[in-house]
Design a binder for this molecule. Structure first.
Ligand SMILES: Nc1ncnc2c1ncn2[C@@H]1O[C@H](COP(=O)(O)OP(=O)(O)O)[C@@H](O)[C@H]1O
Ligand code: SF4
Ligand SMILES: [Mg+2]
Length: 334
């Protein structure tokens, strides 16, 4: 049986204002996440992944604001909540880790203090907090945790810092962890270790997770479902396996085509031709039209509506059916 829905985002719009002009960083985004589920937000840089994530926990500041839509966490509306109410949810129910661990760490406080301050249970004694912090550091894979509790962030390597940040996020036992490019700044081998750690922890803690990444390959390793974003929109959303087996949107197909595993030997690792859209001047029709090998006249005049194209699989594309074509170059059989 399906687990209960934890988070439901409907028609979210997050805009940045400059005079009368609105830059639509996130435009009519909808998705839901069930308890214990790992949900991926994938897309090129600037597609609105981080802003979607930050919107969920009220980290949007002027000139940006949530201009519309709803964010329901366990039935409670978060959009428009006061900063004080949001802080409570942020600290306790929803944890967050970012690409650059130093952003989340205080450089002048010892690691131990930063973890113990994150425990929300008022009944814990100092000793209990200390013991729990040591245990958490051990759990996230930090050797000699007793000793390292007394050290400062600069004494840790990038991978170890990210482990500390994960420990801090776990300290309040969140039900939802937002992980924004948590491995992007790390070496490839360390990336794999951190992903593996996150995978283990979400099972142990029964947490749901939003994983933001520009790398579809990374998302595939851990996500149950993936939403592909482009120009502030979700272009395609579906279960990971279904999305890889039957990608319907040309943009998703291009992302798949650029994965190393789908390249023939000697072929260059190509980025998608063209540049991401200028969000201040979005095309009238489909946001991907200027770069889409499949675009027809209708794509330049009408935005594609969201359509169901498979079980739990939706897509925005006027031509979201049928097999891949040669120009999609997605490495799949034609
Ligand atoms: N503080 C800001 N002020 C104005 N525009 C912003 C700001 N932060 C983000 N944006 C806009 O929102 C778009 C989406 O940003 P973001 O969600 O960070 O992209 P990404 O998918 O790389 O995480 C950016 O392309 C940028 O145009
Ligand atoms: S609607 Fe048209 S331009 Fe947009 S992805 Fe589909 S085929 Fe390409
Ligand atoms: Mg980002």
């Amino acid at each position: 049986m399906d687990k209960p829905v934890l988070l439901e985002v409907k028609d979210l719009k997050t805009y940045f204002y400059s005079g009368k002009h609105a830059l639509k960083a996130v435009d009519s985004v909808s998705f839901s996440i069930r308890e214990g589920e790992v949900f991926g937000l994938v897309g090129e840089s600037g597609s609105g992944k981080s802003i979607t994530c930050k919107s969920l926990i009220g980290l949007i500041h002027r000139p940006g604001r949530i201009a519309g839509g709803s964010i329901r966490y366990r039935g409670q509306e978060l959009a428009g909540l006061s900063e004080k109410a949001l802080t409570a949810v942020r600290g306790k129910e929803i944890g967050m880790i970012f690409q650059e661990p130093m952003v989340a760490l205080n450089p002048v406080l010892r690691i131990g203090q930063q973890i113990t301050e994150s425990f929300k249970d008022p009944g814990l004694s100092g000793e209990e907090k200390h013991a729990r912090a040591v245990e958490l550091l051990r759990r996230v894979g930090i050797p000699n945790p007793e000793q390292r509790m007394r050290e400062y962030p600069h004494q840790f390597s990038g991978g170890m810092r990210q482990r500390v940040v994960i420990a801090i996020a776990l300290a309040s036992n969140p039900k939802l962890l937002l992980a924004d490019e948590p491995t992007t700044a790390l070496d490839v081998t360390i990336q794999a270790q951190i992903l593996q750690l996150l995978r283990e922890l979400k099972d142990e803690y029964g947490m749901a997770m939003v994983l933001v990444t520009h790398n579809l390959g990374v998302a595939a390793q851990i996500c149950d479902r993936i939403a592909v974003m482009y120009g502030g929109h979700i272009m395609e959303l579906g279960p990971t396996r279904e999305l890889f087996a039957h990608p319907q949107n040309p943009y998703t197909r291009s992302l798949l085509a650029s994965l190393p595993v789908n390249k023939r030997k000697g072929e260059p690792l190509s980025a998608i031709p063209g540049t991401p859209p200028n969000l201040g001047e979005m095309p009238v029709g489909c946001p991907f039209a200027p770069r889409c090998a499949r675009a027809q006249d209708v794509c330049f005049s009408q935005p594609p509506a969201e359509r169901e194209v498979g079980p739990g699989h939706t897509c925005r594309c006027h031509f979201a059916d049928g097999p891949c074509r040669e120009e999609d170059d997605c490495g799949k059989p034609q």
